[in-house]
Design a protein around this ligand. Sequence first.
Ligand SMILES: [Zn+2]
Length: 90
Amino acid sequence: MLRPKRATPTHPDGRQMKITFGQMRAMGLRGVLVYCHCGHHVALDSARWPDEVRLSDIEPRFVCQGCGSRGADVRPDFDRGNPRLAITGS
Ligand SMILES: [Zn+2]
């Protein structure tokens, strides 16, 4: 049986590929959250990165101010997305 086609691309090993900033902005999201494994995180505006850059592309560039380690987890900031899209129903 065929599995339904996923909207998000995946790596050959099954890991989910991260979307580009262009795709993220198309979803109405304007910010990203950058997480370190130590618990530090920072919210950034996505305007500084061009549409063709993937969120995963910038992860190795971050150096944590708390623990000094390089490499972070970058995710779309859903909380700062369009609140009219985030809250549905009546
Ligand atoms: Zn850290």
